[in-house]
Ligand binder design. Structure first.
Ligand SMILES: [Zn+2]
Length: 136
């Protein structure tokens, strides 16, 4: 199996050191190797060069994210940053209007407990029984 840009994931795994490393560290290492491979193929030396090279190839499209809960403040920030980098892409986020017990859930739900922040988008309309917002 090869990834779309010709990177062989088996080769990446074989090149990964870390027998005895925790799984998260091995995965992070493999992600770094993959990112290095992409940078090398694009001829990038900096993050700005990488973003420019990728943005030049992304000429539009949409992403659909679906979740039980609305995105937390951290996920919302990542989505916002992604869409800043790829302004020709839009993102549709849908999440449930009820929790696992069938109780209604507000479009923007406070995290509760000792957690700060909230999940979802305050202005998300209902679409087909789900909260749904389109980010662009
Ligand atoms: Zn999150």
């Amino acid at each position: 199996m090869r990834l779309s840009r010709g990177v062989d994931p088996v080769d990446l795994v074989n090149r990964s050191p870390g027998d005895g490393w925790p799984v998260r560290r091995r995965i992070a290492h493999r992600v770094n190797l993959l990112a290095n491979e992409v940078d090398q193929r694009l001829g990038c030396q900096t993050d700005d060069q990488y973003l420019a090279a990728v943005a030049a190839q992304v000429t539009g499209g949409g992403i659909q994210l679906s979740s039980d809960m609305g995105p937390c403040h951290s996920c919302r920030a990542v989505l916002r940053l992604f869409l800043q980098h790829f302004p020709l892409v839009n993102c549709t986020v849908t999440y449930r209007k009820t929790n696992g017990r069938g109780e209604p859930v507000a479009a923007l739900t406070p995290a509760g407990g000792r957690l700060c922040g909230a999940y979802g988008y305050e202005d998300a309309p209902e679409v087909n029984g789900l909260w749904c917002t389109v980010l662009a």
